[in-house]
Each structure stands twice: as C-alpha cells, then as structure tokens.
Design a binder for this molecule. Structure first.
Ligand SMILES: [Fe+2]
Ligand SMILES: [Fe+2]
Length: 330
C-alpha cells in the first residue's frame, strides 16, 4: 500500500475509450517511456487506479505518524526527540505531496480523507501494530521505512508524472529515516544486555509485518499485471520483497541482531536469501480491520480531523479575504 494498490479488480477500459485516437496517444506515450501528465487523455481505469493507489499511499504516510508520534514525549534524550519530531513531520509532508498528486487526477483532498475516515480506502496494514518500546522507533525506521524505500524507488520512474516527481523527494527523506532507525538499533544493540534484548524484541515483532508490506504473493495479486502494463508498477511484489530481504540480512549482521526466521539461508544458486513462509492470514486479518490498533488509529485520525476543522475554516476565510481584496484593487 506504501506504493502498492489494494482494491477490487481493475479493468483496462475507460473514459478515454470514447475516443480511440486519444487512447492511442496514451499508449504511444507509454511505449516511448514518456510521462503521462494531468491534462493528457488516459483510460478511466488508469485514472481510478492511480487515484486509489496515491490516496492509499498518502493515507499511509499520515496514519504512519501515529505509532511514532506516540514516542515523541518519551524519547530518551533531547537529541532523539528532535530527530523523531523531524521524522514524523516529514511523514506529514509526504502525505501532503501525495494528496496534491492525487488532486491532479481530479480527486479532492477532502473527498479522499472522507474515504479514509469512512473506512472505504485503506492504508498500510503495518501501522496497525503497536509501538511498545523505544526500540520500536528503531525497528520502524530500519525495517518499515526500509521496506517503503524498496517499494517506492521504482515509483520515481512511474508513468504518471506528478506521482513520480513527488516520489523523488520522498525517497530522499526515507533514506534519512532508515538511517536514523538503524542508528537507534545500533546504539541499543551495543548497549547493556537489556537494551540489546529490547532491540531484538522489536525486530522479532516488526520483521514479518515488514515483509507483508510488499503485498500478497504475485499469484494472489490480481491487479499487478495491469499496473505493470501501465507503467505504474515496475517490479512484482515478490521481486521487491526479495530485494528487501537481500538488503536487510547483511545490515542485521552489522547490528548484531537476529532476524526471527529459522528458514533464512543464503541460496548460492539463486544468489538470494531464501526465507520462510509468511502468515498471509494475519495480513488479510489486519487489512480487514482486525489488527491490534485499527480502531484506535482511525478514531485518532477522525478526532484530529474534527479538532483541526477551525484551521481549515480559518485558512479558507483568509484565502477568501485575499481574493476579495485583490478583486477590489483590480
Ligand atoms: Fe514517508
Ligand atoms: Fe518515512
């Protein structure tokens, strides 16, 4: 969902289907490896898929602020607090770039937020797990932001211009997030035995949900083929998941932390790390709403939206005043 699409099966037909010449132009742009821009003709399915994927991505960014926001007041030092605040603020910014990208496709931010609040659009299931200790800030940065990077780097080359461009800056910031997570875990891992145990416990809880972030296996991912044909998706879920595992295993060794998978071993033939089976029943359960924090996350989001209504009203009143003044001068 962080750069992935979850939803009903999509179809390739669309609004641009009314005009074969326009659709032809769309296909030629894709074939040439060029970008589709907001005013270009595009199939309705392409538009719909992108709105849903970008919105779900934006929702994930802002819901993702909650598990970490939970630790800002409890960060172990002023330095850690300042870094965590900056990181959580970055995620708000990512949400903003992405809602703005979705707006170029004709969906308003208000409409998309309503879909999130009504449970009609999803966000990454990873954020429905609780953050129990400070080490979870390290595990989230290292694993969750790490998985987000692997998912999102290919989107910098996605066929839709505004989404691709938003992703370039987001990926730069995500690399900082991953490093800060790594550094938290490195410090804990080299600390006293209980600090090391705290870091290990966080990895034990976040490892499998991080692997689930890439979405279901390729044979259970009905929309992937169409998304690839449209140049929205560049690599399959399983390819990206493998890339993530291959990236993380050597880093875990440097951290002196174990990944909780007895089946994890180097495969000299494929030159990749093999890993054990993923509990997809857990993934679909959390996605459906049965995760440990689903209700809490949405309730908090709705509350923040209601509490922030005056800010939106004030901003609109100010904008109206500005328009009226400009008109009066003209
Ligand atoms: Fe982000
Ligand atoms: Fe991040």
């Amino acid at each position: 969902m962080y750069g992935n699409d979850f939803g009903p099966k999509i179809t390739a037909d669309g609004d641009a289907g009314d005009d074969p010449a326009l659709l032809d132009g769309f296909q030629r742009t894709l074939d040439a490896g060029d970008r589709i821009e907001p005013r270009d003709a595009m199939p309705a399915g392409y538009r719909k898929t992108l709105i849903r994927q970008i919105a779900q991505h934006a929702h994930s960014e802002i819901i993702g602020m909650q598990p970490e926001g939970n630790w800002i007041t409890r960060a172990p030092s002023l330095r850690r607090k300042a870094i965590l605040m900056a990181k959580v603020q970055d995620e708000a910014g990512h949400g903003l770039y992405l809602y703005a990208a979705a707006e170029t496709l004709g969906a308003s931010r208000e409409e998309l937020l309503n879909l999130l609040h009504d449970g009609k659009q999803k966000y990454s299931s990873i954020f429905n797990y609780p953050t129990l200790t400070w080490a979870d800030m390290g595990a989230i940065g290292w694993l969750v932001d790490g998985a987000a990077i692997v998912n999102q780097v290919p989107i910098c080359r996605c066929s839709y211009g505004p989404y691709a461009r938003a992703m370039v800056r987001i990926c730069k910031e995500e690399s900082f997030h991953q490093r800060q997570g790594f550094e938290i875990l490195d410090t804990l891992s080299r600390g006293n035995p209980s600090q090391h145990a705290m870091a290990q416990d966080a990895i034990d809880r976040w490892w499998w949900p991080s692997l689930m972030m890439f979405g279901p296996p390729d044979d259970q991912s009905p929309n992937s083929a169409q998304s690839m044909a449209w140049g929205i998706k560049r690599f399959s879920n399983d390819e990206l998941r493998q890339r993530f595992v291959d990236m993380i295993v050597p880093q875990a060794k440097i951290l002196r932390l174990a990944l909780p998978d007895p089946d994890l071993r180097w495969n000299a033939e494929t030159e990749h790390w093999d890993f054990g089976p993923i509990d997809w029943a857990e993934f679909f359960g959390v996605l459906k709403g049965d995760g440990p924090c689903n209700e809490q996350r949405i309730a908090h989001r709705r509350g923040a939206h209601t509490d922030g209504a005056w800010v939106r009203e004030a901003a609109l009143a100010y904008a109206d005043k500005h328009v009226a003044r400009t008109a009066a001068v003209a």
